[in-house]
Design a protein around this ligand. Structure first.
Ligand code: SF4
Length: 252
Protein backbone atom coordinates (compact mmCIF):
# COMPACT_ATOMS: atom_id res chain seq x y z
CA UNK A 1 0.00 0.00 0.00
CA UNK A 2 1.40 3.41 -0.94
CA UNK A 3 2.52 5.53 1.96
CA UNK A 4 1.02 8.94 2.50
CA UNK A 5 3.58 11.59 1.70
CA UNK A 6 3.23 15.18 2.64
CA UNK A 7 3.96 17.98 0.20
CA UNK A 8 6.59 20.42 1.46
CA UNK A 9 5.02 23.51 3.02
CA UNK A 10 4.96 26.58 0.78
CA UNK A 11 7.77 29.03 1.50
CA UNK A 12 5.47 31.84 2.43
CA UNK A 13 2.71 30.84 4.78
CA UNK A 14 0.46 33.55 3.41
CA UNK A 15 -2.60 32.78 5.49
CA UNK A 16 -4.28 36.00 6.47
CA UNK A 17 -4.59 36.26 10.23
CA UNK A 18 -8.35 36.64 10.20
CA UNK A 19 -8.92 33.49 8.13
CA UNK A 20 -6.58 31.40 10.25
CA UNK A 21 -8.56 32.35 13.33
CA UNK A 22 -11.88 31.47 11.73
CA UNK A 23 -10.78 28.00 10.58
CA UNK A 24 -9.29 27.22 13.98
CA UNK A 25 -12.66 27.53 15.68
CA UNK A 26 -14.54 25.19 13.33
CA UNK A 27 -14.20 21.57 14.43
CA UNK A 28 -14.43 19.85 11.08
CA UNK A 29 -13.75 16.11 10.75
CA UNK A 30 -10.33 15.51 9.27
CA UNK A 31 -10.51 14.40 5.68
CA UNK A 32 -7.77 12.29 4.13
CA UNK A 33 -5.14 13.87 1.94
CA UNK A 34 -5.83 13.81 -1.81
CA UNK A 35 -2.96 11.48 -2.50
CA UNK A 36 -4.10 8.87 0.02
CA UNK A 37 -7.57 8.75 -1.55
CA UNK A 38 -6.06 8.01 -4.95
CA UNK A 39 -3.71 5.37 -3.56
CA UNK A 40 -6.42 3.25 -1.99
CA UNK A 41 -7.52 0.21 -3.98
CA UNK A 42 -11.29 0.43 -4.52
CA UNK A 43 -13.46 -2.06 -2.67
CA UNK A 44 -15.20 -4.77 -4.61
CA UNK A 45 -18.93 -5.40 -4.05
CA UNK A 46 -18.08 -8.83 -2.61
CA UNK A 47 -15.74 -7.26 -0.03
CA UNK A 48 -18.33 -4.71 1.05
CA UNK A 49 -20.91 -7.48 1.37
CA UNK A 50 -18.48 -9.47 3.50
CA UNK A 51 -17.91 -6.53 5.88
CA UNK A 52 -21.60 -6.06 6.57
CA UNK A 53 -22.25 -9.78 6.79
CA UNK A 54 -19.66 -9.87 9.58
CA UNK A 55 -21.20 -6.86 11.33
CA UNK A 56 -24.63 -8.49 11.09
CA UNK A 57 -23.37 -11.80 12.44
CA UNK A 58 -21.73 -10.09 15.41
CA UNK A 59 -24.68 -7.80 16.17
CA UNK A 60 -27.87 -8.70 14.28
CA UNK A 61 -30.03 -5.88 15.75
CA UNK A 62 -27.78 -2.91 16.46
CA UNK A 63 -29.37 -0.10 18.43
CA UNK A 64 -28.61 3.59 18.60
CA UNK A 65 -27.56 4.92 21.96
CA UNK A 66 -29.68 8.09 22.07
CA UNK A 67 -32.57 7.42 24.42
CA UNK A 68 -36.06 8.34 23.21
CA UNK A 69 -39.64 7.17 23.58
CA UNK A 70 -41.22 8.20 20.25
CA UNK A 71 -40.26 9.94 16.97
CA UNK A 72 -40.64 13.39 18.53
CA UNK A 73 -38.25 12.67 21.40
CA UNK A 74 -35.84 11.05 18.93
CA UNK A 75 -35.89 14.24 16.87
CA UNK A 76 -35.30 16.38 19.96
CA UNK A 77 -32.50 14.10 21.17
CA UNK A 78 -30.73 14.30 17.80
CA UNK A 79 -31.03 18.11 17.73
CA UNK A 80 -29.56 18.23 21.24
CA UNK A 81 -26.74 15.87 20.32
CA UNK A 82 -24.91 18.22 17.95
CA UNK A 83 -21.37 18.56 19.30
CA UNK A 84 -22.33 16.59 22.41
CA UNK A 85 -22.04 12.94 23.43
CA UNK A 86 -25.03 10.60 23.45
CA UNK A 87 -24.35 9.82 27.11
CA UNK A 88 -24.43 13.52 27.99
CA UNK A 89 -27.69 14.02 26.09
CA UNK A 90 -29.31 10.97 27.70
CA UNK A 91 -28.44 12.23 31.16
CA UNK A 92 -30.37 15.42 30.49
CA UNK A 93 -33.29 14.02 28.50
CA UNK A 94 -34.31 11.20 30.86
CA UNK A 95 -36.11 13.63 33.18
CA UNK A 96 -37.12 15.97 30.34
CA UNK A 97 -38.94 13.33 28.30
CA UNK A 98 -40.92 12.20 31.33
CA UNK A 99 -42.71 15.51 31.34
CA UNK A 100 -42.37 16.65 27.71
CA UNK A 101 -42.69 13.87 25.15
CA UNK A 102 -44.92 15.72 22.66
CA UNK A 103 -44.59 19.10 20.91
CA UNK A 104 -47.50 20.53 22.90
CA UNK A 105 -46.01 19.46 26.23
CA UNK A 106 -42.68 20.94 25.17
CA UNK A 107 -44.36 24.26 24.39
CA UNK A 108 -46.20 24.13 27.71
CA UNK A 109 -42.88 23.59 29.47
CA UNK A 110 -41.50 26.72 27.86
CA UNK A 111 -38.01 27.78 26.84
CA UNK A 112 -36.85 28.91 30.27
CA UNK A 113 -37.69 25.66 32.05
CA UNK A 114 -36.40 23.63 29.12
CA UNK A 115 -33.04 25.38 29.49
CA UNK A 116 -32.86 24.17 33.08
CA UNK A 117 -33.25 20.55 31.94
CA UNK A 118 -30.60 20.73 29.25
CA UNK A 119 -28.09 23.17 30.71
CA UNK A 120 -25.43 20.46 30.99
CA UNK A 121 -25.39 20.11 27.17
CA UNK A 122 -23.18 22.36 25.05
CA UNK A 123 -24.90 25.24 23.22
CA UNK A 124 -27.98 24.65 25.37
CA UNK A 125 -29.41 28.15 24.97
CA UNK A 126 -29.55 27.91 21.18
CA UNK A 127 -30.75 24.32 21.35
CA UNK A 128 -33.57 25.23 23.76
CA UNK A 129 -34.69 27.97 21.41
CA UNK A 130 -34.65 25.53 18.49
CA UNK A 131 -36.55 22.80 20.33
CA UNK A 132 -39.32 25.22 21.27
CA UNK A 133 -39.44 26.60 17.72
CA UNK A 134 -39.50 23.15 16.12
CA UNK A 135 -42.28 22.06 18.49
CA UNK A 136 -44.33 25.11 17.46
CA UNK A 137 -43.69 24.42 13.78
CA UNK A 138 -44.65 20.76 14.12
CA UNK A 139 -47.97 21.84 15.62
CA UNK A 140 -48.66 24.60 13.10
CA UNK A 141 -47.46 22.85 9.93
CA UNK A 142 -47.47 19.09 10.54
CA UNK A 143 -50.39 18.37 12.86
CA UNK A 144 -48.07 17.72 15.79
CA UNK A 145 -46.38 14.77 14.05
CA UNK A 146 -42.77 14.36 12.96
CA UNK A 147 -42.87 14.86 9.18
CA UNK A 148 -41.76 11.98 6.99
CA UNK A 149 -39.80 13.66 4.23
CA UNK A 150 -36.25 14.92 4.29
CA UNK A 151 -37.21 18.41 3.11
CA UNK A 152 -39.87 18.76 5.80
CA UNK A 153 -37.60 17.55 8.59
CA UNK A 154 -34.83 19.85 7.41
CA UNK A 155 -37.30 22.75 7.51
CA UNK A 156 -37.53 22.41 11.30
CA UNK A 157 -35.33 24.77 13.36
CA UNK A 158 -32.08 23.08 14.44
CA UNK A 159 -32.55 20.07 12.15
CA UNK A 160 -30.11 19.49 9.30
CA UNK A 161 -29.32 16.68 6.92
CA UNK A 162 -27.83 14.43 9.60
CA UNK A 163 -30.89 14.87 11.84
CA UNK A 164 -33.18 14.04 8.94
CA UNK A 165 -31.16 10.93 8.11
CA UNK A 166 -31.24 9.64 11.69
CA UNK A 167 -34.99 10.27 12.07
CA UNK A 168 -35.87 8.79 8.68
CA UNK A 169 -33.81 5.70 9.46
CA UNK A 170 -34.66 5.08 13.10
CA UNK A 171 -38.25 6.30 13.25
CA UNK A 172 -39.44 5.38 9.78
CA UNK A 173 -37.12 2.55 8.67
CA UNK A 174 -35.74 4.31 5.61
CA UNK A 175 -32.38 3.36 4.13
CA UNK A 176 -30.61 6.60 4.94
CA UNK A 177 -27.01 7.01 6.10
CA UNK A 178 -26.37 9.65 8.75
CA UNK A 179 -22.70 10.58 8.80
CA UNK A 180 -21.38 11.65 12.18
CA UNK A 181 -17.75 11.91 13.19
CA UNK A 182 -17.47 8.11 13.65
CA UNK A 183 -19.01 7.17 10.32
CA UNK A 184 -16.92 9.83 8.59
CA UNK A 185 -13.74 8.39 10.07
CA UNK A 186 -14.59 4.76 9.32
CA UNK A 187 -15.70 5.54 5.76
CA UNK A 188 -12.40 7.28 5.11
CA UNK A 189 -10.01 5.04 6.99
CA UNK A 190 -11.29 1.80 5.58
CA UNK A 191 -11.27 3.36 2.14
CA UNK A 192 -14.82 2.16 1.59
CA UNK A 193 -16.23 5.63 1.02
CA UNK A 194 -13.51 8.25 1.04
CA UNK A 195 -14.65 11.84 1.03
CA UNK A 196 -13.73 15.29 2.18
CA UNK A 197 -17.19 16.14 3.48
CA UNK A 198 -19.84 14.18 5.37
CA UNK A 199 -22.07 14.41 2.30
CA UNK A 200 -19.44 12.79 0.06
CA UNK A 201 -19.01 9.95 2.55
CA UNK A 202 -22.79 9.56 2.90
CA UNK A 203 -23.30 9.28 -0.86
CA UNK A 204 -20.31 6.96 -1.20
CA UNK A 205 -21.60 4.60 1.49
CA UNK A 206 -25.11 4.61 0.07
CA UNK A 207 -23.68 3.60 -3.27
CA UNK A 208 -21.49 0.84 -1.84
CA UNK A 209 -23.68 -0.82 0.79
CA UNK A 210 -26.12 -3.47 -0.46
CA UNK A 211 -29.80 -2.70 0.26
CA UNK A 212 -30.15 -5.73 2.54
CA UNK A 213 -27.80 -4.04 5.05
CA UNK A 214 -28.89 -0.41 4.75
CA UNK A 215 -31.43 -0.40 7.57
CA UNK A 216 -28.75 -1.12 10.16
CA UNK A 217 -25.60 0.04 8.37
CA UNK A 218 -25.62 3.45 10.07
CA UNK A 219 -25.56 1.87 13.55
CA UNK A 220 -23.00 -0.78 12.67
CA UNK A 221 -20.62 1.90 11.41
CA UNK A 222 -21.19 4.23 14.37
CA UNK A 223 -20.65 1.42 16.87
CA UNK A 224 -17.59 0.26 14.97
CA UNK A 225 -16.13 3.78 15.10
CA UNK A 226 -17.10 4.34 18.72
CA UNK A 227 -15.78 1.10 20.17
CA UNK A 228 -13.24 -0.36 17.74
CA UNK A 229 -11.98 2.05 15.11
CA UNK A 230 -11.24 4.70 17.72
CA UNK A 231 -10.03 8.09 16.55
CA UNK A 232 -6.66 8.12 18.30
CA UNK A 233 -5.88 4.47 18.88
CA UNK A 234 -7.90 2.18 16.65
CA UNK A 235 -8.14 -1.33 18.04
CA UNK A 236 -7.09 -3.02 14.82
CA UNK A 237 -6.04 -6.20 16.62
CA UNK A 238 -9.66 -6.96 17.60
CA UNK A 239 -11.27 -5.44 14.51
CA UNK A 240 -13.67 -7.74 12.67
CA UNK A 241 -12.69 -6.36 9.31
CA UNK A 242 -8.96 -5.80 9.73
CA UNK A 243 -8.08 -8.07 6.80
CA UNK A 244 -10.23 -5.96 4.45
CA UNK A 245 -9.51 -2.48 5.80
CA UNK A 246 -7.38 -0.37 3.44
CA UNK A 247 -5.95 2.03 6.00
CA UNK A 248 -2.19 2.15 5.45
CA UNK A 249 -1.60 2.76 9.16
CA UNK A 250 -3.67 -0.12 10.52
CA UNK A 251 -1.68 -1.98 13.13
CA UNK A 252 -2.23 -5.56 11.97
S1 SF4 B 1 -8.31 -2.37 10.86
FE1 SF4 B 1 -8.01 -0.67 12.30
S2 SF4 B 1 -8.21 1.17 11.03
FE2 SF4 B 1 -9.11 -0.53 9.88
S3 SF4 B 1 -11.30 -0.49 10.38
FE3 SF4 B 1 -10.32 -1.91 11.80
S4 SF4 B 1 -9.84 -0.67 13.60
FE4 SF4 B 1 -10.25 0.76 11.92
Amino acid sequence: MAKITRKPAPRKAAVPKKKAKATATVAKPKAPAKKSLKAIKPWTPAEVHEVFARFRKANPEPKGELEHVNPFTLLVAVVLSAQATDAGVNKATRALFEIADTPQKMLDLGEERLREYIKTIGLYRTKAKNVIALSAKMLSDFGGEVPRTRAEIESLPGAGRKTANVVLNMAFGEHTMAVDTHVFRVGNRTGMAPGKTPLEVELGLEKMIPAEFMLHAHHWLILHGRYTCLARKPRCEVCLINDLCRWPEKTV
